[in-house]
Design a protein around this ligand. Structure first.
Ligand SMILES: [Fe+2]
Ligand SMILES: [Fe+2]
Length: 177
């Protein structure tokens, strides 16, 4: 192999390795979100707050789709998927605190994916960059929905969730592009 071609192959391998690391870190964060949101779902369902319980369940399913998209990209780059969550589930059972935690998680993901997109862009990995950019859009949409729910609890008081469960209002669908 000519020297230039060998060097190019090496650069591509190094860049792929960096992308695979970023993608796997994101898999771990997405798995944490799936676990945390399903935990919230179980508790809200138990409390009888069906619309918010369903919003968390539907959002968890979207996050699972994110795991799938990230995994497909990792396998394309000839890496392997590490199916381990980045953190333990926090045992939060107060609905306002659940929403505050979820907003914090979505903001963290959007920030991380923006940085990962930039990183992949500068490593000449345009496809991973586009994937991360798509995820930023989804996470910002989730943050917006959780924020709206928290705002409604603040505006209308704790009875908002009970009233919502009687069909006075419906929780929105989670964002997915
Ligand atoms: Fe996600
Ligand atoms: Fe999200």
């Amino acid at each position: 192999m000519p020297e230039f071609a060998a060097h190019l192959t090496e650069v591509i391998l190094v860049n792929s390795k960096q992308s695979i690391e970023l993608l796997n870190k994101s898999v771990a964060d997405e798995l944490s979100a799936v676990h945390q949101y399903m935990y919230f779902h179980f508790h809200l369902d138990d409390l009888g707050f069906a619309p918010l319980a369903n919003l968390f369940k539907r959002t968890a399913i979207v996050e699972m789709g994110h795991v799938e998209a990230l995994a497909e990209r990792i396998l394309f780059l000839k890496g392997d998927v590490h199916m381990a969550a980045s953190g333990a589930v926090e045992p939060i059972t107060d609905p306002s605190k659940m929403l505050a935690k979820a907003i914090e998680m979505e903001q963290g993901s959007a920030r991380d994916y923006n940085a990962a997109a930039q990183n992949c862009g500068s490593n000449a990995d345009a496809v991973s960059k586009q994937l991360f950019e798509r995820l930023v859009g989804d996470e910002e949409g989730h943050e917006n929905e959780f924020d709206r729910q928290l705002e409604n609890i603040r505006r209308f008081g704790p009875s908002y969730l009970a009233l919502q469960s009687f069909g006075a209002a419906t929780a929105p669908e989670p964002s997915e592009t």
